[in-house]
Every structure is written in structure tokens, then in C-alpha cells.
Design a protein around this ligand. Structure first.
Ligand SMILES: [Zn+2]
Length: 162
């Protein structure tokens, strides 16, 4: 049973940290959906205060959140803010056969944007619980996935040509 709820139809009512996700999207032929943790806070929106996700933005008229946004209660092990991309077709780790996870961020000149929502992420890397991770960051999810699927250079030192 899924405990996800639509933010548009059934928003949270108490401030706090929740788990968020967006509809699945296609990346290099694999269907993946981002999940992440972020706060919902009381904010002025026009003339009244309402509970809004911290990553929502005010467009001068109303609060905007990504289309299809869903939320659920946070589980104890999900306190971190790292985004996880969930997809059953992500190839298993070539070393341990385990399920790898994808770490992603929004990188800008001078650093990383804290709290950036997954649609704005522009750097991706595959990690596995066994300690294997890709040696470089990729600009797109698809490029990362292709390199992982081809086991291009999962654990060697950084490729000087990269
Ligand atoms: Zn592994």
C-alpha cells in the first residue's frame, strides 16, 4: 500500500520534514522518479499564511510547486536531504549484484545549491552500498546510466580525459 498523497489534493497540515517525489520520467530509456526530503513551512502567500514546501516559489500571484508533486511522512532512516532516484530498471551493481542508488545535485559556478529540487539537478553519480561508485560526475542522468550499464570505469581513478 502506498502512503504517498497528492500535494494538490491532500496537502500536509503540520510544518515538518516530509518525503517528496515527482512523477516518473524517462532517462535514457529507463523510467526513474526522484524522491527527496525537505521541509514544509508556514509562509505568507498573498494575504494568508499557508503550509508550503520549502522549495516552492512565489510567482507574485500564487505559490508554485512542481506538477504532480506527492508527499508522505518521513521514515526514521530518511533524515538526510540527498535525493534518491528510484527505478526498477536501473542495472544492478556489476560487483555485488546489489541495487545502486543515484546521488545528484545542482551545481553552479562556485558550488552546490542546497535544497535544489531534482528537476534542476545537473550532476549525477551512481553509488552502491558495497562501496563502489563512479569515478566521475555526469552532466545528465542518461550519460551516467549509460556509463554504468557499460561498466565503463566504475571504480578506477578518475579518467584524465574526463
Ligand atoms: Zn555493489
Amino acid at each position: 500500500m502506498s502512503d504517498w498523497k497528492s500535494w494538490a489534493n491532500e496537502p500536509a497540515t503540520e510544518p515538518g520534514v516530509y518525503r517528496w517525489r515527482l512523477p516518473a520520467q524517462d532517462s535514457a530509456g529507463v523510467s526513474v522518479r526522484p524522491e527527496w526530503s525537505a521541509e514544509a513551512v508556514m509562509r505568507w502567500a498573498g494575504h494568508s499564511k499557508s503550509l508550503q514546501p520549502s522549495f516552492g516559489h512565489w510567482d507574485g500571484y500564487r505559490m508554485c510547486v512542481p506538477d504532480g508533486l506527492e508527499w508522505r511522512e518521513l521514515r526514521p532512516e530518511e533524515g538526510g536531504v540527498d535525493t534518491v532516484w528510484v527505478g526498477s530498471q536501473i542495472p544492478a551493481c556489476p560487483f555485488c549484484g546489489g541495487e545502486p542508488s543515484v546521488v545528484s545535485r545542482q551545481r553552479v559556478a562556485g558550488g552546490t545549491v542546497v535544497g535544489a529540487i531534482p528537476p534542476r539537478h545537473n550532476t549525477f553519480q551512481m553509488h552502491c552500498k558495497c562501496g563502489i561508485k563512479q569515478s566521475t560526475w555526469f552532466d545528465t542522468f542518461g550519460a551516467m546510466l549509460r556509463a554504468w550499464a557499460h561498466r565503463a570505469h566504475p571504480h578506477r581513478a578518475a579518467d584524465p580525459r574526463a
